[in-house]
Design a protein around this ligand. Structure first.
Ligand code: AMP
Length: 125
């Protein structure tokens, strides 16, 4: 089976640290996985709960999502909500964030949803 890291996306990096986690080339604290996506704890948590939801297909930024790939963005959000329900903090609430490019603060160029929870997070926006 072709590894996700073998896929190429224009001249953008298609072997990020998240591809290495998907391929089990580096370890991560994985909390959920299915055929479409993987979720693992952020190495530098910004809240008591900080989990990243990452698709297995290569998509560097939100700008690169094609119309036919809209479903994976929904899957990331639903997986995050399901995780919140399973962990018992869905009713207390949480925040999901997707950074894009330089001004958005994106540092890993494989799209990912941040799930932040576990305490009041303050106003945003
Ligand atoms: P972003 O800045 O939106 O691209 O988010 C990238 C996130 O990946 C940051 O919150 C980092 O702390 C996190 N991160 C980087 N390397 C790892 C890793 N090896 N395992 C888990 N999280 C990581």
């Amino acid at each position: 089976m072709m590894r996700v890291s073998q896929l190429h996306f224009g001249n953008k990096m298609s072997d990020t640290i998240f591809h290495k986690i998907i391929d089990r080339r580096i370890p991560a604290d994985i909390v959920y996985e299915d055929e479409h996506l993987i979720a693992f704890r952020d190495i530098a948590p910004q809240a008591p709960v900080h989990v990243l939801f990452v698709p297995k297909i290569t998509i560097p930024t939100l700008n690169d999502v094609q119309p036919g790939q809209a479903g994976i963005v929904g899957r990331l959000a639903i997986a995050a909500a399901n995780y919140a329900k399973a962990q018992g903090f869905a009713e207390d609430g949480y925040r999901i964030v997707m950074n894009c490019n330089d001004h958005g603060g994106q540092t890993v160029f494989q799209i990912h949803l941040h799930l932040l929870a576990g305490a009041p997070l303050g106003r945003f926006g």
